[in-house]
Ligand binder design. Structure first.
Ligand SMILES: Nc1ncnc2c1ncn2[C@@H]1O[C@H](COP(=O)(O)OP(=O)(O)OP(=O)(O)O)[C@@H](O)[C@H]1O
Length: 617
């Protein structure tokens, strides 16, 4: 695929792209999405294309009527009225059709935007944790975000270009019959205009990485100062000065990029002015010469209006054409982005080979000589890791911060691909599963909880159809949220968050965590993965979850990551990770007897609990 590196999905700074192919694709897409736009285009082109001719012809007819020796006021008025009536008629239709078509064009653009949503939620997870991913693709993504640029900009300009092109064509034939040099002068002017705009845009496109980089950094300051979440830390730790200081540095960087772009535009803009002078000089010289040699004043006036109108039309056409060329580039990036396989395409050959395991079969997961570094880094989080999570086993994963506990579960669930080695689920390498099937095997609760602006029951069932309300209520009861739900006016039908509905309910951190556990319970997948699921819970709620843990994971293989070592007691085995990988593995009793790293950590944590208990006693 031209210009796109599949691995990093970063666009090369290649400013060539297949314009016609891109436009053809856009036109086909528009036809599929809304055929009426084509009908409107035809009417708009005819009415809008004829309209300017009225302005060109009016002066000639008027001057002829006025200069007639026996000319009457009545004739002049009739001419004016006929022209005005025709102008009003064409003008009205043109404006009316445009008003009908534009919302439809916006609708088509929103369909493109919807496709980016689909894409973003189905591409491999590894892209979501890649800091450069959004930056590399920002122009492709932005191309669906505005009414003025990108997809909608190109459609609007194509729509508007119809009448302009029709008028220009008529006037070219009209003026061409009089004198070909006037036309050539005008064409020189237009070509220079297109060239100037295209050069400026190419330069801007080449700098797009710099611009996106500078904008991302600027946006960071906007987000941190506007996000309530940062408000407390910024005030209490006096981050204001630091923010000011850094922001001022960023502005300088941003302005530097903008200045380079504007300087370039300025220099090439001077050439455009030069071509304008040449073209206009030529036109006036030829028309004056012709009038001196016998052409009537009425014709002089008509040709001057025709040339002026054609100049405006060609300039508009040039502007539209350059705009389409320039913005089309971002639409091309958009298509490249949508069409690129980022793990979201079902492969014919792969789906034939796709393996699956029996419906309710309990899972066994084997890490076979697994090594892993995050994409774009060379630091190994694991090297030659070997261990097995047996069928039905409850494994606690504990260890120091940054040891790779969360990374381990991300690998196990296929969110990242291993760098070396293999992970197998019931003997099948995870790469051979269909991604949807793989994700369906896990009920997971993560450290970060994401509540969506849907109803409580939709947040738990993760669907809006076929919700088993009894199952929802049971899950809520098991995680201790029943009382909370009973206080909500609409119960499980209450919308969450205030982003969409004003009466949306906001849960506390702990309540959201309980909701996430309820979601995992409802999913009832074959394996349960809990990554710090009780970090935000109070001691009572935590104890309740601990007590009901066996019930929650009954008959399933389960992995429980926690810094609270008390949680390890209800697990069958413990895997202790330090910065160098898996350090200790065994049951709680075995590891305590071994008096190693786990024993030390357990004793240190226990010491403070015991002291606290002693003090309170
Ligand atoms: N997307 C990422 N890209 C690059 N490095 C990452 C990424 N996510 C995590 N890391 C790094 O991987 C290492 C392991 O992180 P991980 O979150 O797995 O540790 P953890 O054991 O779960 O830590 P904690 O106990 O603090 O939650 C850390 O050094 C972290 O900085």
């Amino acid at each position: 695929m031209e210009g796109v590196s599949m691995e990093g999905v970063s666009m090369e700074e290649n400013i060539k792209y297949p314009v016609w192919q891109t436009l053809k694709k856009m036109l086909k897409y528009c036809f599929k999405a809304d055929k009426n736009i084509y009908l409107y285009f035809v009417i708009f082109t005819i009415t809008g294309g004829l309209y300017p001719f009225l302005g060109v012809l009016l002066p000639k007819y008027l001057l002829n009527a006025i200069s007639k020796p026996d000319g009457e006021m009545k004739d002049i008025l009739t001419i004016v009225l006929i022209f005005l009536a025709l102008m009003a008629f064409f003008g009205f239709i043109r404006t009316f059709i445009r008003a009908l078509a534009y919302p439809r064009i916006s609708y088509v653009r929103l369909q493109y935007l919807g496709k980016t949503f689909d894409k973003m939620v189905s591409i491999d997870y590894k892209y979501m944790e890649d800091a450069n991913f959004l930056e590399d693709n920002s122009r492709a993504l932005d191309s669906t975000n505005s009414n003025d640029n990108g997809v909608e900009g190109v459609y609007s300009r194509l729509f508007d270009a119809g009448p302009v092109a029709l008028t220009a064509l008529g006037l070219i034939l009209f003026i061409g019959r009089l004198n070909i040099w006037i036309l050539l002068g005008l064409l020189l002017n237009v070509t220079a205009g297109i060239w100037v705009k295209r050069s400026a845009s190419k330069f801007l496109y080449k700098r797009k990485q710099d611009v996106a980089h500078a904008e991302r950094r600027m946006r960071y300051y906007y987000n941190t100062t506007h996000d309530f979440g940062y408000g407390k830390d910024i005030r209490l730790y006096r981050f204001q000065d630091r923010i000011d200081q850094n922001y001022n540095g960023e502005i300088k960087g941003y302005v530097k990029v903008q200045r380079r772009i504007k300087n370039q535009e300025y220099f090439i803009g001077l050439l455009e002015i030069l071509s304008f002078f040449i073209s206009n000089g030529l036109t006036y010289a030829i028309l004056v010469y012709k009038t001196v040699n016998g052409m009537s004043i009425a014709d002089f006036s008509m040709y001057i209006t025709a040339v002026t109108t054609l100049t405006v039309m060609l300039a508009t056409l040039a502007e539209q054409f350059s705009f389409i060329l320039n913005e089309g580039q971002y639409v091309y990036d958009y298509f490249q982005f949508i069409d690129a396989d980022m793990g979201d395409k079902e492969h014919q050959d792969k789906s034939e080979k796709v393996k699956s395991i029996k419906e309710r079969e309990t899972l066994e997961i084997v890490f076979d000589n697994v090594s892993f570094c995050y994409p774009g880094t060379d630091k190994y989080i694991f090297k030659n890791l070997n261990f097995t999570i047996h069928k039905g086993e409850k494994l606690a994963i504990v260890g120091i911060n940054g040891a790779g506990k969360s990374t381990l579960v991300k690998l196990m669930m296929g969110l990242f691909d291993v760098t070396e080695g293999e992970i197998r689920i019931n003997g099948i390498p995870i790469g051979e599963f269909n991604k949807k099937e793989l994700y369906a095997m896990f009920s997971a609760v993560f450290q970060e909880i994401n509540v969506l602006a849907y109803t409580v029951k939709e947040n738990i069932a993760c669907s809006s159809i076929d919700i088993n309300e009894e199952k929802v209520t049971n899950a809520l009861e098991k995680v201790g949220l029943k009382n909370k739900i009973n206080t909500l006016p609409k119960g499980i039908n209450q919308t969450m968050l205030k982003v969409i509905e004003e009466d949306g309910v906001e849960f506390s951190g702990g309540e959201s965590q309980k909701l996430a556990i309820a979601r995992a319970l409802y999913k009832d997948a074959r394996m349960v993965v809990m990554d710090e699921p009780t970090a935000a819970l109070d001691a009572l709620a935590e104890a309740e979850i601990y007590e009901s843990f066996s019930d929650l994971v009954e008959g399933k293989t389960a992995v429980y990551i926690s810094h609270r070592l008390a949680s390890t007691k209800f697990c069958d085995r413990i895997a202790f990770f330090d910065g160098d990988g898996l350090r200790e593995y065994g049951s709680h009793e075995e590891l305590m007897d071994a008096k190693g790293a786990y024993y030390n950590m357990f004793m240190i944590q226990g010491k403070y609990y015991n002291e606290e208990v002693a003090v309170s006693e």
